[in-house]
Design a protein around this ligand. Structure first.
Ligand SMILES: Cc1ncc(C[n+]2csc(CCOP(=O)(O)OP(=O)(O)O)c2C)c(N)n1
Ligand SMILES: [Mg+2]
Length: 279
């Protein structure tokens, strides 16, 4: 259950995360802005309200797992983990530079708190299914959360993993689809539509919910409903806006891999500050 006070706190965290993502991309000049900013609320809700993790003990065996299958959204995960206390926020500003622990795509061998390496789209969900199955076989009660992109969901391996999770009745697995309706170079509707998406994932055996992916109350309720669902895995369709919160890029195809100039950074920060109120 999410109180109004907690939601306001999460709102402040999400804003901090957006600001750090923008600063990271500005430091290197460009990066995956759109797909990072569309998932900020989901990450914030998970790490600051729902997931049982220990930043001082990143590989704690009983922790809840998070797999960022759309590994190009690494910057959003790094910013979230930094604010959660895994490492100092300023370290993230070395994003994608030689020798960094913060590559543009998630790498579990480089970044504290990252549970799975990703970047080749379509594979992370299979790893998450393995983690969920392992948890059950080991008698652990951790949960596994996995976030995939909508363009990523065009990969056949995603549907193989969904089938197998359902066959195994993995009710400790919750999958999120970031349904920002845009892939690398255009809208899914013009390239390879997923519709009717909710009907498809239901037919694959997943308890499916479709919600506003920027609404903390909606995400929290959906996560709660997934927790209470026994005997089958869950899937939450996050209806989102690509590059949400970056005024110079919101909703644009070009935000997928986007330059962030000093002027862009300034205007985005001014807008985020203006929306920030007292947080
Ligand atoms: C197997 C594979 N093919 C192609 C790519 C290149 N690529 C990186 S991101 C991307 C688009 C993904 O679209 P989507 O999942 O909708 O990402 P989002 O909108 O969340 O950024 C592509 C094609 C890749 N990383 N892996
Ligand atoms: Mg997309």
């Amino acid at each position: 259950m999410l109180t109004k006070e907690k939601a306001a706190e999460l709102d402040g965290q999400a804003r901090k995360t957006r600001i750090l993502v923008l600063r990271m991309l500005n430091a290197i000049g460009a990066g995956h802005l759109g797909g990072s900013l569309s998932v900020v609320e989901a990450l914030t809700l998970l790490y600051f309200h729902r997931m049982n993790v220990r930043p001082a003990e990143p590989r704690w065996p009983d922790r809840d797992r998070f797999v960022m299958s759309k590994g190009h959204a690494g910057p959003a995960l790094y910013a979230t983990l930094a604010h959660k206390g895994y490492f100092p926020a300023d370290e993230c500003l070395t994003l994608n530079q030689p020798g960094t622990n913060f590559p543009s795509h998630c790498d579990m061998n480089k970044t504290l708190g990252v549970d799975m390496t990703a970047g080749s789209l379509g594979q992370g969900l299979s790893a998450a299914v393995g983690m969920a199955l392992a948890g059950r076989l080991d008698g652990k009660d951790y949960r596994v959360y996995c976030l995939i992109g909508d363009g990523e969901a065009q990969e056949g391996q995603i549907w193989e993993a969904l089938m197998y999770a359902s066959q195994q009745k993995l009710d400790n697995l919750t999958v999120f689809i970031d349904y920002n309706k845009l892939q690398l170079d255009g809208p899914l509707s013009e390239i390879n539509s997923l519709e009717p998406l909710a009907a498809k994932t239901e037919a694959f055996g997943f308890f499916t919910q479709s919600i506003d992916g920027h609404d903390f109350f909606a995400i929290d309720q959906a996560v709660e409903a997934a927790l209470k669902t026994a005997g089958r895995p869950s899937l939450i369709i996050l209806n989102t806006i690509k590059a949400k919160g970056a005024c110079f890029a919101e909703g644009q195809v070009s935000s997928h891999h986007q330059a962030v100039s000093d002027d862009d950074l300034k205007s985005a920060l001014a807008e985020l500050d203006a929306k920030g109120g007292s947080n």
